[in-house]
Design a protein around this ligand. Structure first.
Ligand code: FAD
Ligand code: UDP
Length: 374
């Protein structure tokens, strides 16, 4: 009999949730993780008593009650609701686009006035389409919210984030931003939203409790390359092109770099997320981490604060791969790798790196919960 039922490569949400379920079934698992810590991209580092989202701000949101109940069975979640503010050349606007934004933009106070204004604003763009579907992000945004909002809150932010013009980007990127004729700054439409009380590490620790884990262990540098000697099955959550030794070519990624610093004030920007939507600032967003978990007086009970400026960056080897680049070349290449993956015996490929897809946290958990016969 082999020592393990599963060798799990990667301790992010996919690997950790899989390990949790396997352990519940009495399976023996070993999780290996190349980073010096567990948790993948949801890992937080405690600085000045504040949980700092080291790999980018993470807000859990879902409509799926099964997933929500599952994560809350591991750790209770708080009531954090994401309400980002946009700063365009010093003027503030609420996001997502809602009655507060329309009031700040045009001074309109009723849904009827706002609707009329939006219709005026988008009329030109709709006429220019002449009945066809929006072909790129710029056309999509102009026909969704019109010129003023596009120019103030979308154009330059998107150019910073994606490093290319809105005309070169696919329309679908912007479709997911809600447009609301109510005074509601909640960024997400989902029923359930929050942050684990005590931070995301509690979620990871809870999932991996009682599971054998090794950090600083790269699958490709360790004896586990001959994993079949040790384990019946492999769960692989690393990059799919790396698994196949890049034999069909490298997949592209977009990455983000973070400039994190401590500020000697209890409350730096009054909100967890402030988007900078003009080219005046080189960063896209500033995150003030304490506001994810501290509310009211708690903010002032911790005398300092930690902020991170986010810079969207072109990916080079050695950087953290964050967002898949879903253009034609990469989609095609990913499909070819996924076809190879289907043919691998006894290997489960899962998560954002192995499937080359942007997944929020909840869909990753949902997928693991749906796997039969673990
Ligand atoms: P990961 O968390 O990346 O885990 C994969 C793990 O495998 C990593 O720890 C990696 O080190 C390890 N690994 C890779 N290769 C090897 C190897 N060869 N050997 C050993 N270990 C290896 N989702 C939300 O729901 N809300 C948000 O607000 C949100 N914000 C985000 C912000 C950013 C900047 C990014 C990039 C993502 C965000 N997400 C958010 C998505 C979220 O991060 C993912 O859903 C989640 O991390 C997916 O988990 P995973 O296990 O697939 O991948
Ligand atoms: N976006 C924008 N202005 C903002 C926030 C978002 O133009 O203030 C655009 C941008 O193109 C981004 C897209 O909306 O890529 C989707 O935003 P979301 O916050 O969902 O993006 P994420 O950073 O989570 O990918």
């Amino acid at each position: 009999m082999k020592k393990y039922d599963y060798l799990i490569v990667g301790s992010g949400l996919f690997g950790a949730t899989f390990a949790y379920r396997a352990k519940q079934q009495g399976k023996r698992c070993l999780v290996i993780e190349k980073r010096p810590h567990l948790g993948g991209n949801i890992y937080c580092e405690n600085i000045e008593g504040i949980n700092v989202h080291k790999y980018g701000a993470h807000i859990f949101h879902t409509n799926n009650k099964v997933v929500w109940d599952f994560v809350n069975s591991i750790v209770e979640f708080n009531r954090y609701t994401n309400t980002p503010v946009a700063n365009y050349k010093g003027k503030l606007y609420n996001l997502p686009f809602n009655m507060n934004t329309f009031y700040q933009m045009w001074g309109v106070t009723t849904p009827q006035e706002a609707e009329q204004k939006i219709n005026e604003q988008k009329a030109e763009a709709i006429a220019a389409l002449n009945g066809r579907e929006p072909a790129n992000l710029e056309e999509q945004a102009l026909t969704l919210v019109g010129k003023d909002i596009f120019e103030t809150l979308i154009k330059e932010y998107t150019e910073k984030q994606w490093g290319r013009s809105c005309k070169e980007l696919p329309a679908f990127i912007i479709k997911r931003l809600p447009v609301r004729l109510v005074f509601d700054n909640n960024y997400f439409n989902d029923c359930y939203q929050g942050i684990p009380i005590g931070g995301y590490n509690k979620l990871i620790d809870g999932l991996l409790e009682g599971v054998e884990c090794k950090t600083d262990t790269d699958f490709f540098n360790s004896e586990y390359r001959e994993w079949e000697k040790y384990a019946e099955k492999l769960v692989y959550t690393g990059a799919i092109d790396e698994y196949f030794d890049y034999k069909l070519g490298h997949l592209d990624w977009r990455t983000v770099s973070f400039a994190t610093r401590i500020e000697d004030t209890p409350n730096y920007q009054g909100n967890a997320v402030v988007n900078y939507t003009s080219h005046n600032e080189p960063y896209t967003r500033v995150i003030e981490h304490k506001h994810f978990e501290m509310f009211g007086q708690e903010v002032y009970n911790t005398p300092k604060t930690v902020i991170s400026e986010e810079y969207s960056t072109e990916y080079k080897e050695g950087m953290e791969p964050y967002y898949p680049v879903n253009d034609e070349r990469n989609n095609k290449l990913a499909k070819e790798y996924l076809n190879l993956a289907y043919k691998e015996n006894n290997v489960i490929f899962g998560g954002r790196l192995a499937q080359y897809q942007y997944f929020d946290m909840a869909p990753v958990i949902e997928r693991v919960l749906q796997i039969q016969n673990i």
